[in-house]
Design a protein around this ligand. Structure first.
Ligand SMILES: [Zn+2]
Length: 136
């Protein structure tokens, strides 16, 4: 599993994977301090469909880069309510997932997979328990 955290620079909006807190943004060099309340971990299930296309990640409408096939990312976040939406190429269809990050539930695990449709495919997001996530 990746030990990196996916974050968006609050100064310039650059989205990057960083190894820890306080490191300089690759774009504007301001220090990136990671929220430490909780983590959203997203795994895209391996699939032979559309593997070349990264899924776009939107957390509370904020774009957070892409997720490759069979890739795991972790997004550090403050406590709060979150809605996760993901897209696949030009396809915006998604079964979103909503959840809260709280002191009782600081880590939320989400699996993403692509469901084939007659006209277009749908990204299906599912909140799961940590023991069903792939091990490092
Ligand atoms: Zn920056």
């Amino acid at each position: 599993m990746s030990q990196f955290f996916r974050i968006k620079c609050p100064s310039c909006g650059n989205v990057a994977d960083v190894a820890g807190t306080g490191l300089p943004c690759g774009n504007c060099k301001s220090p990136l301090n990671l929220p430490e309340d909780g983590v959203i971990q997203i795994y895209r299930m391996g699939s032979p469909m559309g593997i070349a296309v990264g899924m776009g990640i939107y957390l509370n409408e904020n774009p957070l880069g892409h997720l490759a096939n069979a890739e795991t990312i972790r997004i550090p976040v403050p406590y709060g309510h979150y809605k996760l939406h993901m897209t696949h190429g030009a396809n915006r269809k998604c079964k979103d997932v909503e959840f809260d990050i709280t002191p009782e539930e600081r880590v939320v695990y989400v699996k993403a997979h692509l469901k084939m449709g007659f006209i277009s495919n749908t990204v299906v997001l599912e909140k799961v328990t940590g023991d069903t996530m792939p091990q490092p």
